[in-house]
Design a protein around this ligand. Structure first.
Ligand SMILES: *Cc1c(COP(=O)(O)O)cnc(C)c1O
Length: 221
């Protein structure tokens, strides 16, 4: 895909998004040059699934965008991840939260994290079930080197994005309920949901971050 298409794709999506919704360019498989093109065109956030790939891209782009980790984080990658990323969107256990806290403390950082919700209740997928989110947040909120700042969900993969709507609706309800609890050290601010084929629905359901790959960079293997 030629770079100018990336620019046009980002501009078109941004023109359509309400002003309070931020665009995260889901970068997996794209070259640093392509990702830079997306950032130059106005994508404010970069989402990376792989710590290694992010480290390479970071050399090209640096602080020109906000870096979000959106992959499944393994414990042995946490140290590198907290050094690189501004936000980890995919926390789904107290074990991984504790490791993030410990590694962030080592470098004197307080890192915002989102809780990943398995809103489709798919056994093979990561994320916590909606009814367990509050308990997890209560368990980890007092960790001094992380800050619970939002929720993220994927939802089931389907050709019909309307199938995902109930998952987005439920995630937004959890988001609002937790926000209204006003838990200490918890700031329910960011709601990350919606991808290339579902972001319009996600925005209707209250997302303020949409994570888009294919519509920006083209289809990947
Ligand atoms: C790849 C990916 C996306 C973007 O998916 P597209 O369908 O390509 O827009 C969003 N979120 C996560 C977590 C991803 O891994």
């Amino acid at each position: 895909m030629i770079a100018s298409n990336i620019r046009e794709n980002v501009k078109r999506i941004l023109a359509e998004l309400p002003p309070d919704v931020r665009l995260l360019a889901a970068a997996k498989g794209s070259t640093p040059q392509e990702i830079l093109e997306a950032v130059d065109a106005g994508a404010q956030l970069i989402g990376e699934n792989y710590v290694q790939e992010a480290a390479l891209t970071y050399e090209t782009i640096g602080r020109r965008a906000e870096w979000h980790y959106i992959g499944h984080l393994q414990k042995n990658k946490v140290k590198r991840a907290v050094g690189l990323f501004d936000v980890v969107e995919t926390v789904d256990s107290s074990e991984i939260a504790r490791e993030i806290d410990r590694r962030s403390a080592e470098i004197g950082k307080v890192i915002p994290i989102f809780i990943e919700i398995n809103s489709g209740r798919e056994p093979q997928k990561s994320g916590v079930f909606p009814e367990n989110v509050e308990a997890l947040i209560r368990e980890i909120a007092s960790l001094p080197n992380l800050k619970v700042s939002g929720l993220m969900t994927m939802g089931p993969v389907s050709d019909n994005p309307e199938d995902v709507r109930p998952c987005f609706t439920e995630t937004r309800k959890v988001f609002e309920r937790i926000r209204n609890l006003n838990l200490p050290n918890v700031e329910m601010k960011h709601l990350s949901m919606g991808m290339s084929n579902s972001y319009r629905i996600a925005v209707e359901e209250g997302a303020n971050i949409v994570r888009i790959g294919t519509l920006i960079f083209g289809a990947r293997e």
